[in-house]
Design a protein around this ligand. Structure first.
Ligand code: ZN
Length: 93
């Protein structure tokens, strides 16, 4: 189940880390985590779209309902978020 996570482009991970590290400067982040339901779905607020984005986990793999795709930035963000939850078992945003 984790193989897809391991094959994610490292540059994408770096980008997501950058996104999250930007959280230390609130108001300047591109994506804000509104809600997180483990293994079910994530609700993000995308400031570039000015709308909530829902990423649902299907069979453990995230799917962006808003973009109707599995490879947009929201999905990458959701994957990174899930990895952090799985590793630390606590809120990281
Ligand atoms: Zn999306």
């Amino acid at each position: 189940m984790n193989s897809a996570l391991n094959s994610l482009d490292p540059s994408t991970i770096e980008f997501m880390e950058w996104l999250i590290s930007k959280d230390t400067n609130p108001g300047d982040t591109l994506l804000v985590v509104e809600d997180y339901f483990d293994k079910k779905y994530v609700i993000l607020f995308d400031k570039s779209m000015l709308t909530n984005v829902i990423v649902a986990y299907r069979d453990g793999m995230p799917w962006c309902i808003t973009c109707n795709t599995e490879d947009c930035g929201h999905v990458g963000f959701a994957i990174y978020l899930k990895q952090n939850y799985d590793r630390d078992d606590q809120v990281v945003y």
